[in-house]
Design a protein around this ligand. Structure first.
Ligand code: FUB
Length: 455
């Protein structure tokens, strides 16, 4: 963020739709513009929470307008499920005008989401579920400029909270921006919605924003985005203590390609491997729109040397390996995908989201689907107000081997859902599955969920 964008808090709201273009698969949920990932590993899935850049206008100097947080999740690191908006200001948090750069932790059977009210204070919201809805339990800022220990700090950006629960149960929140001496850390009480004592200062060379804490083998790693003079890299410091004794340890990740602007990381462990989630601007570059306020999520593997140093993250076009196959014999939400062309999602009358706006020639890719010895039937919950649309089920590519064709009935309503089935032939072993839509140009078809069966 730069000072101009903090000050520039206008009200333009543009919902961007990214159709007709698919992306290399280090991009997550490429049909949404999302940024500033925060992560939660919960019940075998990793959840990414993000600033909703679809609420920003693309035009120069229009500023970061985000007033909602979007959540996506995965159990295999390749197929991501879109859970949509999980927190909105002011509906869920009446005092806030912005919701930037979330951080999320689970404790005491609840999930807590922390966010920046732009650069002007930090809020908390809680939910019984990682996919929300999140609501403000305290009715005010959790941390403000008047919170003891926050000031003095020259031109403090009071934002980018990162909440971390240590092995002994003590919770800490790291935050701040805009100056080497502007990192702050504060203890949180067990309720996770109140602070314990004053904030303490940590010094970080070239500190700009994006505080992040993780712990590995007893070492605390504090990572952050450096300032523009230091290329907005992700640098890190280490210590044997969560609040003091940090020394500079190097570069965790260079400025990503196709970014050239603010950078924001989340470092986390999932199913035995470490990852670096971040944002870049590759979707906006490829769609040819102004890039500054239109970021997208991406992810890479993060490794350590034998000495415990972070090995600088390498940026790839393929992202991370799939950690387990997708089971097609259990219900799969249609908004679970690895890639797509022409797809959007919307709230579904039956709960959660459905995929919408799928027209002739559009497709959804689901990576690494394990059909085992073979599927015989495909069933999907669909809605359409047209006749003559089909979903072709293909392997390997949108035009690959055809294993079945689902005729989509006219259900007389875009939210009137019906189950439709078709026979399947040739779906054996592990495959990349494509749901390719053919038929009438309009109106579009909607899909809520789908499943294969062996009979
Ligand atoms: O998304 C708005 C701001 O941009 C975040 O708070 C910063 O970390 C930077 O990514």
């Amino acid at each position: 963020m730069n000072i101009k964008t903090i000050i520039n808090l206008g009200t333009i709201f543009i919902l961007s739709t990214l159709t007709q273009i698919s992306f290399a698969d280090q991009v997550i949920v490429g049909y949404r513009h999302l940024a500033d990932p925060g992560t939660l590993v919960y019940n075998g899935r990793v959840y990414l929470y993000a600033s909703n850049d679809d609420e920003n206008a693309a035009e120069k100097n229009s500023g970061y307008q985000m007033k909602s947080i979007v959540c996506v999740s995965s159990s295999d690191m390749k197929n991501w499920t879109d859970h949509g908006i999980v927190l909105q200001a002011p509906q869920d948090v009446s005092w806030a005008g912005r919701t930037w750069a979330p951080s999320v932790v689970a404790r005491n059977g609840k999930v807590f989401l922390y966010f920046g009210n732009g650069g002007n204070g930090i809020g908390v919201a809680s939910s019984n579920s990682p996919i929300g809805p999140f609501k403000d339990p305290i009715g005010k800022k959790l941390v403000e400029m008047q919170t003891p220990g926050v000031l003095p700090a020259p031109n403090m950006w009071l934002f980018d909270p990162m909440t971390f629960i240590d092995d002994d149960g003590q919770a800490y929140m790291y935050f701040g921006g805009n100056g080497d001496g502007n990192v702050r850390a504060i203890k949180l009480n067990n309720d996770m919605t109140s602070t314990d004592g004053p904030a303490v200062s940590i010094n970080a060379p070239a500190f700009f924003e994006a505080s992040w804490m993780h712990k590995r083998n007893g070492i605390y790693y504090f990572s952050y985005s450096t300032n523009p003079k230091a290329q907005m890299r992700i640098d890190y410091m280490t210590s044997k203590s969560p609040l003091s004794g940090f020394s500079y340890a190097g570069i965790a990740a260079a400025q990503p390609p196709k970014n050239n602007n603010n950078n924001h990381q989340a470092i986390f462990e999932f199913k035995g491997r470490w990852y670096h989630a971040y944002h870049n601007r590759s979707v906006a570059h490829r769609t040819g729109i102004p890039t500054e306020f239109k970021r997208n999520l991406a992810i890479e593997v993060l490794d350590y040397s034998d000495e415990g140093n972070i090995i600088q993250v390498g940026y790839t076009s393929d992202g991370v390996p799939q950690v387990e196959a997708l089971n097609p014999y259990a219900r799969v939400e249609a908004e679970t995908m690895n890639d797509q062309q022409g797809v959007r999602t919307e709230p579904c009358a039956h709960g959660g989201l459905n995929v919408t706006n799928i027209k002739n020639g559009d497709w959804i890719k689901i990576k690494g689907v394990d059909f085992g010895k073979g599927a015989k039937t495909f069933t999907a919950s669909v809605a359409s107000i047209a006749k003559g649309n089909k979903i072709e089920l293909r392997l390997g590519s949108p035009t690959g081997q055809l294993i079945g064709t689902l005729q989509v009935p006219n259900t007389n309503g875009a939210q009137r859902w019906q189950q439709a089935s078709c026979a399947i032939k040739g779906a054996i072993g592990k495959q990349d599955l494509f749901l390719a839509v053919t038929g009438a140009e309009k109106p579009e078809i909607n899909i809520d969920h789908w499943k294969f069966t062996v009979k």
